[in-house]
Design a protein around this ligand. Structure first.
Ligand code: FES
Length: 140
């Protein structure tokens, strides 16, 4: 499991726009800005959120892992066991497919990406790190 600061590169932004155009057709700059604003508003909703990637690779047979549905259920049960008031969302591709399964955590204005979350133990370590690192700012 690798943790790093999450920040969109220009390549990430281009990939995001291409995915939106695949879904909605050609988009002009104002439509792209509106989609990005809507995504930012959703991203910042609530005190804390865990975004589990379930895009083109994470959560599919392209990423070797135990049963992906089991991993999602494990996150939910561990989140409750650890007393983390953390909203969990499944998202489209977050970018670094080669290092999936990936997740991004946002607590307040702090944001971190976790990679290679391919077994329940890795998911538990991530959640324990979140609890330890953010225990003062996470509501319980
Ligand atoms: S599908 Fe997860 S990073 Fe691309």
């Amino acid at each position: 499991m690798v943790a790093s600061q999450a920040r969109w590169s220009e390549d990430d932004q281009r990939a995001f726009i291409l995915r939106q155009e695949k879904r909605w057709g050609p988009l002009d700059e104002s439509e792209i800005r509106r989609i990005l604003e809507s995504a930012r508003a959703w991203f910042l909703t609530g005190a804390s959120r865990l975004f589990l990637c379930r895009g083109c690779c994470c959560g599919t047979e392209r990423v070797q892992a135990v049963d992906h549905d089991v991993l999602v259920a494990h996150v939910d049960s561990e989140r409750r066991r650890l007393g983390l008031a953390l909203a969990v969302d499944l998202t489209d591709c977050q970018g670094p497919c080669d290092e999936g399964n990936n997740a991004t955590v946002r607590v307040g204005s702090a944001c971190r990406t976790y990679r290679k979350l391919n077994d329940p133990a890795a998911m538990t370590r991530m959640l324990e790190e979140i609890r330890e690192g953010y225990s003062r700012s996470l509501p319980t």
